[in-house]
Each structure stands twice: as structure tokens, then as C-alpha cells.
Design a protein. Structure first.
Length: 258
């Protein structure tokens, strides 16, 4: 209906200035029958159809640009608000790496079965390499319900963490993302030199499953709907954004803390 209305309006405009000689001021006095005939005659000419198509394309491009500009203004406004009132995210006992006294802490919510999260993990490696003295990374699990191996993988990583190998298991899981399974977790535990009996015992510990559930509940509370999700000193970043996006936020925080 909307497209038909737009076409009708454009045709009316075109007809009002066409060779039919209908003045714009009198266009609304046309009967429906007369208008239909004139519009039909107008659209029989390929040149008129092309003219109408070009006008519609110009209109849609203009509207799209206006929407994008409005969205950019809203995003900038929200960003400024977050810098003034950053979200407080409890680190708790979540795995972390980087300086304990880092000026910037990035909280990452991730899912080991999510392909975008693998990119997010790679992005975090880039950030830590770029800011070895200024950024600390904290990892929290957000296994999505439609990824059946996401929670078991999260448990395996935390169980490996009980033996000081969380990040090694973290990397191994993402590197074997297409083969996540209990057999894989045991194999990786052996390859990482873990005590396999302890690894299996820790993996079955309800306390570890509870940690995963608590991370997911926190993500819901913070309004995170997809993965990966990040908070850079409390400023939210959705998705595995390019490195310059993270550097922009980190640099701004570092400048504010001088």
C-alpha cells in the first residue's frame, strides 16, 4: 500500500506538469477515472517510467541518508552519555589477563560456539598487543540457547582455569570451534597438560555451571542480547567491531585519566 501511494503521488506530480496541461492547483479536482486514464497514458512511455524510477530512487536515497544521519547523531549522543555515566560491571572471579592496575578494563561477554565471538577474541588479542600496559581483559560467558555446545565449552574453559589454563583452553576452543564436544574437551585437556581426572571432576562441579549461569544473567541485566558484547570501562560496544573502534574508546579513556 505504501509503495502504491508513493507511486500515485509521483505520478500525480508528473502528470501535473506534463503535456496533458493539468495545473497542480487543479490536480485534486480530477475524477478518479480521469486520473487513472492519464496515469495509464503517462506510464505507457518508457521515458516517463524511467523518469519516475529515477525520482523514486533519489527520494529513497535521500530518506536513507537522513535516517543514517539521525542514527549517527543518536549513537554519538548515547556514547557521550555513557562516558559521563559508564555502566558498572562487576568483575567478580571471572578470568582476566593484563595488568591488575590497568587504566582501562574491557569486559567481554562471549560464546565459544559463536563465529563472531571468535573474531571478537582475535580483536581482543589485537587490543592487548596495542596496549600491553594499559588494558586488562575480563572474560564472561554468554552461551546462547541455540548453541548446544556453548555452555559445555564454557564449563570446560572454567574447569581448565582451575588448573591455571583458562586462556589456553579459551584459545584452543575457538581454534576448534567446528568440533566442540566432550571428546574434544578431554583431548584438549590432555594436550594442555591438565590433570584429566581433576578436569573432569571440576567440569561436573555445579559451582562452575553456576558461574556460567550468573554471567548469562548479568548479561541479560545489562541488556546484552547478542554476542560478542563488550564494555570498555563501562562504555558498551556491540559486536566484534574493527580495532580502530576499540582504540578510539581506549585512547579517550587514557586521555581522560592523565
Amino acid at each position: 500500500m505504501k509503495m502504491k501511494l508513493v507511486l500515485t503521488l509521483f505520478c500525480a506530480l508528473a502528470l501535473s506538469t506534463s503535456s496533458f496541461g493539468v495545473e497542480t492547483a487543479n490536480a485534486d479536482k480530477l475524477s478518479q477515472e480521469d486520473f487513472d486514464k492519464m496515469m495509464g497514458s503517462f506510464l505507457e512511455k518508457d521515458a516517463n517510467v524511467e523518469k519516475l524510477g529515477n525520482a523514486l530512487e533519489t527520494l529513497f536515497r535521500k530518506k536513507r541518508a537522513e535516517q543514517q544521519q539521525a542514527a549517527a547523531r543518536d549513537a554519538e549522543k548515547q556514547l557521550e552519555e555513557q562516558f559521563k555515566n559508564p555502566v558498572k560491571v562487576a568483575v567478580g572471579d571471572s578470568p582476566s589477563k593484563g595488568p591488575k592496575d590497568a587504566k582501562v578494563t574491557i569486559i567481554e561477554f562471549s560464546d565459544f560456539q559463536c563465529p563472531f565471538c571468535k573474531k571478537g577474541a582475535e580483536r581482543m588479542d589485537e587490543v592487548l598487543k596495542a596496549y600491553p600496559k594499559d588494558v586488562k581483559l575480563v572474560f564472561k560467558n554468554l552461551p546462547l540457547p541455540f548453541h548446544p555446545e556453548a555452555k559445555p565449552a564454557a564449563i570446560a574453559a572454567l574447569a581448565a582455569g582451575k588448573q591455571g589454563k583458562f586462556w589456553e583452553m579459551h584459545d584452543a576452543l575457538f581454534n576448534n570451534q567446528g568440533a566442540l564436544s566432550s571428546k574434544l574437551y578431554d583431548r584438549l585437556a590432555k594436550e594442555l597438560g591438565l590433570d584429566l581426572a581433576k578436569f573432569k571432576k571440576d567440569s561436573a562441579d555445579p559451582a562452575i555451571a553456576k558461574m556460567v549461569d550468573e554471567d548469562a544473567a548479568l548479561a541479560t541485566k545489562l541488556g546484552i542480547r547478542g554476542t560478542p558484547g563488550f564494555f570498555v570501562n563501562g562504555v558498551q560496544v556491540r559486536g566484534a567491531q574493527p580495532l580502530p573502534k576499540f582504540k578510539e574508546l581506549v585512547d579517550r579513556w587514557l586521555a581522560m585519566k592523565k
